[in-house]
Design a binder for this molecule. Structure first.
Ligand SMILES: *[C@@H]1O[C@H](CO)[C@@H](O)[C@H](O)[C@H]1NC(C)=O
Ligand SMILES: *[C@@H]1O[C@H](CO)[C@@H](O)[C@H](O)[C@H]1NC(C)=O
Ligand SMILES: *[C@@H]1O[C@H](CO)[C@@H](O)[C@H](O)[C@H]1NC(C)=O
Ligand SMILES: *[C@@H]1O[C@H](CO)[C@@H](O)[C@H](O)[C@H]1NC(C)=O
Ligand SMILES: *[C@@H]1O[C@H](CO)[C@@H](O)[C@H](O)[C@H]1NC(C)=O
Ligand SMILES: *[C@@H]1O[C@H](CO)[C@@H](O)[C@H](O)[C@H]1NC(C)=O
Length: 741
């Protein structure tokens, strides 16, 4: 073949041996040796079976075929990024958007480990997550499946989740590669993205996943620059396999393969679900791939490379011995499992921990929270209660009834139970002898007024939902139509606030909602952003309201005053067969845009209050990123030279209030004006526990990569020569300490 990338790729495993020692990829080496041994025993048809999905007839959402001669069982592939989908006796974890809100790597890792234990226990070889698309457009339907709007925070979430999942022997799948940033026209649109933006934003969480040793990457439905993501040579071969040195396999999203030879030569390794027509053997791989090899359009060496990648991933995760059998049937939806293996363990403890650590306190006038000696509580809103027909009322959660713990679509799991706020608050209030009354209707405004009146506090619950495209949910086709609260939530809040001088709003939402209708209402004394907390929703918010947990969550996106304040929007209509989506805002999404354009948000990225206060002092910065130059070519973007820490930042956080709690110090980098970069970019954070009156030393480290920009001309990462600003803040706009390099 004349494709130069293909020549590079054939020798890639050898090249990577040279750079794999200190970047988390060493475990591939031994796995490749075993895979090479197994491959030498296989016929072409066996290799092709390994690469071709079986077509949706088996028990998992996808399966590949066994090769008995090498004891290869074939894979069970299963959704989702928040738990095992379409199975019972599993947990419903908080979605990634809430995990991002914790700004806590320990919790990110522990969630990955717990989910990994559940996927493994159910016999799933390949977990179809984490999802790491960025929240480019605030109304995009699947934003909640990912880690928010910042590439660094998303990258840390991706790294910890992949590491956690794979620590249990489960293959993780980094998805959706790449630029799958809206649901409308997801299979008939082209995301047109410049090279710098691609490197600095959208592929960054995938780079971090590669550094975590991720087994699989899923290419997405959309086109990139008018070429489908699953046959895009530049993104799959060029960026992922060459620059990032990815040694696992690329699988298609379900139905995202569009060809045989072009897709395979561009870097696609596995096609899912395999068949073009359910129940048939027609496929772009399968017999079509065998013919393509026989007639010379796909070299057999490329098929060897594809099969090696899959087998190496299987060996790397240790799945060649003692892996549990599949013990659920995802095509039997919510019916009881055959074996009913319960994999939940004590994961509900962690789920509640993440739930409370992800709760963001946005407003708290005169410290009305936590509750103090209340006699009466009124609870208003459908979002505080149970769905009419239980938490799994809607298939794949395609509806919004009762407390909202996750969005809808394939990124879901079946709830084992869902703790409602009204139940959890009532139980907790009883301990204090506090009386609770409620109206769990969004439309009965008279009942809302009656419950709100004469109570010490009126809690009003509102929601906003979104998900994967498909049918309409309350008029929304996956993507939200706007950023308004659902079910006339603004009207409900205003009604309650008219009758209660102590109105506390609790929001369960997939992403930002515009709160301007009531945020400055004098009777709205507090706002608690509960996000999507998973199965322990009611307990988590109760822990925060009653002060059992001092809130430490931070917004992983900006809450703007208007949807038009955001840099990018979902495009809802088109007159062309392929909708062109120009990413003309470039690297300026979310807070990067608000900051650069001087737009005041309502609540900025990284914002969140505590029941205590913190003071920052004693900034010192040592080390230097200067000197030397990043390599180019294979593996260059994961080169240790780029990622080893070179700058150390110290400071002290003091708890100046009365209550113990976690502070989330954030490090923002300001590159020189000549780089045309956003005013501030998140490049570090921590979650530190400090007792009242106590101080805690914080150390954050920066690599050259954290201080670099992608040089489009040189095709390498470059650290600018001019002064680089370092800001330490409690949010992206609450900067407490500043220095420079
Ligand atoms: C898409 O086109 C832009 C503008 O020409 C270019 O910078 C970028 O590298 C292209 N990306 C891909 C994946 O082809
Ligand atoms: C598909 O291929 C498999 C393996 O060759 C064969 O056993 C099966 O009968 C085929 N199914 C159909 C519908 O052709
Ligand atoms: C080779 O086979 C593939 C798969 O059947 C087909 O798409 C392609 O057109 C063939 N190429 C040639 C040169 O015959
Ligand atoms: C598994 O789930 C089924 C259906 O929800 C339930 O009846 C059964 O009790 C569960 N089994 C275990 C061991 O929890
Ligand atoms: C605030 O609530 C009180 C009831 O406690 C009510 O009298 C007052 O009118 C409310 N204020 C506004 C601006 O609605
Ligand atoms: C993260 O959260 C856990 C649990 O709340 C807490 O113990 C820990 O201090 C937090 N910070 C880090 C860095 O782990």
């Amino acid at each position: 073949m004349s494709n130069p990338l293909l020549l590079v790729l054939r020798s890639l495993p050898i090249l990577l041996l040279l750079i794999s020692s200190s970047n988390g990829q060493a475990s591939w080496t031994a796995a490749y040796a075993k895979a090479q041994q197994a491959l030498s025993q296989l016929e072409l048809a066996d290799k092709v079976n390994i690469l071709t999905g079986q077509g949706g007839s088996s028990r998992c959402i996808g399966n590949t075929s066994p090769v008995p001669s090498i004891n290869f069982p074939g894979f069970c592939l299963e959704d989702s990024p928040l738990g095992v989908r379409l199975a019972t006796n599993v947990s419903a974890f908080p979605p990634a958007i809430n995990v991002a809100s914790t700004f806590n790597r320990t919790l990110m890792r522990q969630r990955g480990e717990a989910m990994g234990a559940e996927f493994r226990g159910k016999g799933v070889n390949v977990a179809l997550g984490p999802m790491m698309n960025l929240a480019r457009a605030p109304a995009a339907g699947r934003n909640w499946e990912g880690f928010g709007a910042d590439p660094f925070l998303s990258g840390e979430g991706a790294f910890e989740t992949v590491t956690g999942l794979q620590s249990q022997g489960v293959q993780a799948t980094a998805k959706h590669f790449v630029n799958n940033e809206q649901e409308h026209f997801r299979t008939t649109s082209s995301s047109d993205v410049d090279d710098r933006t691609q490197h600095e934003l959208y592929t960054l969480p995938f780079l971090r996943s590669v550094q975590a040793g991720v087994a699989a990457v899923m290419c997405s439905y959309n086109q990139i620059n008018s070429t489908y993501a699953c046959e895009n040579d530049k993104t799959l071969n060029g960026i992922l396999k060459v620059e990032f040195g990815f040694q696992g396999y690329v699988m298609s999203d379900w139905g995202a393969t569009h060809s045989t030879t072009p897709a395979i030569l561009s870097g696609l390794d596995v096609t899912m679900p395999g068949s073009l027509v359910p129940g048939t053997n027609s496929s772009f791989f399968g017999t079509a791939l065998i013919s393509a090899v026989q007639n010379g359009s796909v070299p057999e060496s490329r098929v060897d490379d594809m099969a090696l990648r899959v087998l190496a991933a299987w060996y790397k995760l240790g799945q060649d011995s003692g892996y549990p059998p599949v013990n659920f049937d995802s095509h039997n939806n919510n019916a009881p499992d055959d074996e009913q293996v319960n994999v939940q363990g004590d994961h509900k403890v962690l789920i509640r921990e993440i739930g409370k650590a992800s709760t963001v306190l946005l407003k708290n006038v005169n410290n009305v929270l936590p509750f103090k000696q209340l006699k009466t509580i009124g609870i208003i809103g459908n979002g505080a209660g149970a769905a009419a027909r239980g938490p799994n009322e809607f298939p794949d959660r395609q509806g919004d009834d009762g407390v909202l713990g996750m969005g809808w679509g394939s990124g879901t799991a079946t709830y084992p139970y869902l703790v409602t706020p009204v139940d959890a608050i009532t139980a907790r209030a009883a301990e204090d002898g506090t009386t609770v009354s409620s109206s769990l209707s969004d439309t009965d405004l008279a009942a809302a007024a009656a419950v709100a009146s004469d109570k010490d506090v009126a809690l009003v619950f509102i929601t906003a939902d979104s998900g994967e495209g498909g049918g309409l949910v309350e008029g929304n086709a996956g993507d939200r139509n706007d950023l308004q609260a659902w079910h006339n939530g603004d009207t409900l809040v205003q009604q309650v606030a008219q009758f209660s001088a102590n109105t506390i709003v609790v929001v369960n939402s997939v992403g930002p909602i515009v709160v301007e209708a009531w945020i400055e209402h004098p009777n709205v004394t507090a706002v608690v952003w509960s996000g999507l907390p998973g199965q322990e929703a009611g307990n988590a918010v109760t822990d925060v309201l009653f002060g059992a947990y001092n809130p430490s969550g931070r917004l992983p996106f900006t809450i703007g005053k208007s949807i038009t304040d955001y840099a990018a929007q979902v495009i809802y209509t088109t007159t062309t067969p392929i909708l062109q989506i120009p990413y003309s805002e470039g690297i300026f999404i979310d807070y990067r845009h608000f900051d650069a354009a001087g737009i005041a948000p309502r609540f900025e990225f990284g914002f969140g209050l505590s029941y205590t206060t913190f003071a920052y002092s004693g900034l010192s910065i040592s080390g230097s990123p200067r000197g030397g130059q990043a390599p180019t070519g294979p593996g260059s973007s994961v080169d240790p030279w780029l990622h080893d820490p070179v700058v150390t930042v110290h400071f002290t956080v003091k708890n100046t209030g009365q209550v113990a709690g976690h502070e989330i110090p954030q490090l923002y980098v300001s590159l020189p004006a000549s780089t045309n970069s956003p005013p501030r970019m998140l490049k570090g954070f921590d979650s530190v526990f400090v007792a009242p009156g106590g101080s805690q030393a914080v150390t954050l480290q920066l690599s050259r990569f954290d201080l670099a920009m992608w040089d489009v001309v040189e095709q390498r990462w470059q650290v600018p020569d001019e002064k680089i600003g370092i800001s330490i803040g409690a949010s992206s706009r609450d900067i407490r300490l500043s220095g420079s390099l």
